[in-house]
Design a protein around this ligand. Structure first.
Ligand code: SF4
Length: 399
């Protein structure tokens, strides 16, 4: 098979791994279209990466996976030399700033890991490649291979994929939980002990919607993983129905809104000082889809509001819907120059459309707004269900 065709298959195949900030976006350049994704370096820069599989040829039969062994479709691979030359060429032309290299399990976990390791070794040692490298850790691969890989890669991810041991057993019966968690432990230990090992940490991916776990179970697992492995990120990937329908029936479309809500919840407990129970109350199993989790908390805890913008602490500001990390910091700074009023807040990045129900400035509320959760709620829900002014003469059948 021609190199261009292999490249097309292996960049398309890599889209199913969500372990980067944007997956599968395409950047057209003179040289054709590339699979480009983005990631954050350890110093907070966003970098664009060539996202590619070393191979889509797999000995495993994970039932949710497009590369599973019993699925028809072309199988192909790139050699370590081909991966490195592609990466270096695209890097020199300024198409990319690094490489995101993943792989199916061709031959055995060790063989797959060795081939990827050979690619990054050539890149770093022969080409002195200075770009960012994200490398997949293959579950079940030898620790000695993971260790060598961790000195060449900036970040590695061992994907958990299924959020419970029962689902792993049902949908990926050839993988054992230990094949996944032992490498994660190993990478974390080395990251703490060895200088220059995975400077941008490790991440993992959870597939959403292929198995029956609730949002409560998923968030609880995520919170445990952040604590236990100091993960840089968890990526939530809405299940794309390319798996075996005999095992995963009834999924017509990827649950993208659910994925989005889980990302929002994840940010709340990582950066906004919300607890697990704040995000998803004990009586609830799933996040509301029509309301974001921060707005949901604010409406359930209306006793906390209104917050006086001129006196609130940084943490109190972060609880207000429409106030983010940056706008909260800007408010604190701007208050040192003088007392703030509502007209100042938009310029500081506050989304007033949301925040206006929950704040006061100089002891005053914005007049004319509803003041109770039930009446505020419709203004914060998804656009489709947001109340609209009815026209006097609605078209037949409604709007
Ligand atoms: S091991 Fe990875 S590539 Fe192979 S079938 Fe399972 S999820 Fe897919």
């Amino acid at each position: 098979m021609e190199l261009v065709e292999r490249l097309r298959i292996l960049t398309a195949g890599a889209r199913y791994d969500a372990s980067c900030v944007s997956s599968g976006s395409q950047r057209k350049k003179a040289g054709g279209s590339l699979g480009i994704c983005h990631s954050w370096t350890e110093d907070g820069r966003c970098v664009s990466l060539l996202k590619i599989l070393q191979t889509n040829d797999c000995i495993y039969n994970c039932r949710y996976c497009v590369h599973r062994t019993d699925r028809d479709g072309p199988r192909t691979s790139l050699s370590a030399r081909e991966i490195t030359e592609l990466t270096v060429n695209f890097y020199r032309r300024n198409y990319i700033e690094g490489l995101f290299l993943s792989s199916a399990v061709k031959g055995s976990p060790d063989q797959a890991m060795e081939t990827m390791l050979a690619s990054v070794k050539i890149l770093r040692e022969e080409y002195k490649f200075p770009g960012y490298i994200h490398l997949k850790g293959i579950p079940g691969a030898e620790e000695s291979l993971l260790k060598k890989a961790g000195f060449h890669a900036d970040r590695m991810s061992v994907n958990i994929e299924l959020p419970s041991a029962e689902s792993l057993k049902k949908l990926a019966p050839q993988k054992k939980p230990a094949d996944i968690f032992n490498p994660m432990h190993f990478l974390e230990r080395n990251r703490r002990e060895e200088k220059g090992f995975l400077r941008a940490g490790q991440s993992t991916q959870l597939i959403i919607g292929a198995s029956p776990e609730s949002d409560r179970e998923i968030i609880s697992l995520a919170s445990y993983l952040y604590d236990k492995f100091s993960l840089s990120r968890i990526f939530y990937s809405a299940y794309i129905p390319t798996g075996d329908p005999r095992y995963i029936p009834g999924v017509q479309n990827p649950p993208l809104l659910r994925e989005h809500r889980l990302y929002q919840a994840d940010w709340l407990f990582r950066f906004y000082h919300f607890s697990f129970d704040d995000i998803i109350p004990p009586a609830q199993n799933d996040l509301e889809t029509e309301l974001d989790p921060k707005a949901g908390w604010a409406l359930r805890h209306f006793e906390f509001f209104p917050v006086e913008i001129n006196r609130a602490s940084y943490r109190e500001l972060l609880k207000i819907p429409g106030v983010g990390l940056v706008s909260a910091r800007r408010i604190i700074k701007a208050r040192k120059e003088g007392t703030l009023d509502f007209s100042d807040l938009g310029k500081l990045g506050v989304v007033m459309k949301r925040a206006r129900f929950f704040i006061i400035c100089r002891g005053r509320r914005i007049p004319g707004l509803p003041g109770d959760p039930a009446n505020i709620r419709p203004f914060l829900t998804m656009p489709a269900s947001r109340p609209r002014q009815r026209r006097l003469f609605a078209p037949p059948g409604g709007e």
